[in-house]
Ligand binder design. Structure first.
Ligand code: KG4
Ligand code: ZN
Length: 338
């Protein structure tokens, strides 16, 4: 498929990363990210008001960084892409307002991108061949979904979480174990050298399903921490939690791929940065003869490059938004069939 011809400046401010990127077609030319982790650490999670204010401070320097490391000028940019949904509305508004101002001042096309569509299209940034249709496992702080992707805006949900997202299970587990925020990476590090069989934890739904349930896991970790008290081995608990989540995610992803006779399985979203998960799904795909594609780690956690990649497809399909583009806290994936 021919993609939009010309450099796209993409912005992402939906949660706690301020990011700007320059993308040309499938090529990520630059991807600058400023994380608010240090800011939110003291509260143990993202505080929406503080996030919005921090985006205001970080956005212009990040845009300058993305442009200067691309060796392009603002005058070379041919279109603006921005995450406009879903997310924290105050945080989203910062990116959307800046995008509209840039598009208006430079008379450029603007396109609003759904954050999850960005994650889905992040696979194109790693240089691997990815064909349609394929099955994607999206695992982030707010989402755990298995989606059949037939093209841009052509999605079918094959499975989803009935309660907590996989990222939430990592984050809440980490908080209970005293590992702080954000939890996924902390659990991954703490689990190194831990015994994943030491504390058996519930896997949620059983039987022939592609859905997930992680709320029982959270409760079980709470009970475990209370019961063990000072005796708790944090490495063993972290390894047990990671093993449970990784095993459930890879089993369901493979089932969804096999059920829909997919030739390609992709793994995207912040939790896709997890090394154990990447390895487990990669090995399972090899056994089954399914091609496995996951982007480099910096394109898994929130970033603007993935928004630019999705925009390459949407702009090529002729999509443009007006200056009335809005920030929406909740919105389904565009073109989603249940
Ligand atoms: O996609 P993302 O950056 O933001 C959302 O759209 O939610 O995902 C954030 C989630 C958090 O729950 C974080 O703990 C998790 O991704 N995460 C990880 C790892 N790195 C980030 N989870 C497991 N292992 C990691 N290495
Ligand atoms: Zn995300």
């Amino acid at each position: 498929m021919t993609l939009f011809d010309g450099p796209i400046l993409a912005l992402e401010t939906s949660c706690d990363e301020t990011s700007a990127a320059v993308v040309v077609g499938r090529k990520v030319v630059s991807n600058a990210v400023s994380s608010q982790i240090e800011l939110h650490k003291k509260w143990g999670g993202v505080v929406p008001e503080a996030a919005a204010r921090a985006h205001v401070e970080a956005l212009l320097p990040i845009i300058e960084e993305a442009l200067s490391s691309s060796s392009l000028e603002l005058t070379d940019i041919k279109a603006i892409a921005v995450t406009n949904r879903p997310g924290l509305v105050g945080a989203l508004s910062v990116g959307v307002t800046a995008a509209k101002a840039l598009a208006f001042a430079r008379r450029l096309a603007i396109v609003g991108i759904h954050h999850l569509e960005g994650h889905l299209f992040s696979v194109f940034g790693g240089g691997d061949e990815v064909s349609f249709p394929h099955v994607a496992l999206i695992v982030s702080g707010g989402h755990t979904e298995l989606v059949r992707v037939r093209g841009i805006g052509k999605y079918t949900v094959l499975g989803q979480t009935l309660d907590d997202a996989a990222g939430e299970a990592f984050d809440k587990g980490a908080r209970l174990m005293g590992l702080g925020y954000p939890g996924g990476r902390a659990i991954q590090e703490a689990a190194k050298g831990g015994d994943p069989k030491r504390y058996p934890l519930p896997r949620g739904l059983s039987g022939d399903t592609c859905d997930f349930s992680f709320s029982g896991l959270k409760t079980a970790v709470l009970r475990l921490v209370e019961k063990e008290g000072d005796r708790l081995s944090v490495p063993d608990a972290a390894a047990s939690l990671q093993e449970t989540i990784v095993s459930v995610l890879s089993q369901r992803a493979l089932r969804a791929a096999e059920d829909s006779a997919a030739e390609v399985l992709t793994l995207v979203g912040g939790v896709a940065a997890n090394e154990a998960l990447r390895e487990r799904i990669s090995r399972a795909c090899q056994t089954k003869g399914i091609a496995f594609v996951t982007p480099p780690i910096d394109l898994c956690t929130d970033n603007a490059a993935m928004i630019g990649l999705a925009a390459s497809f949407r702009l090529a399909a002729g999509e443009r938004h007006g200056h009335d583009l809005d920030a929406l806290p909740n919105a389904p994936l565009p073109g989603l069939e249940l």
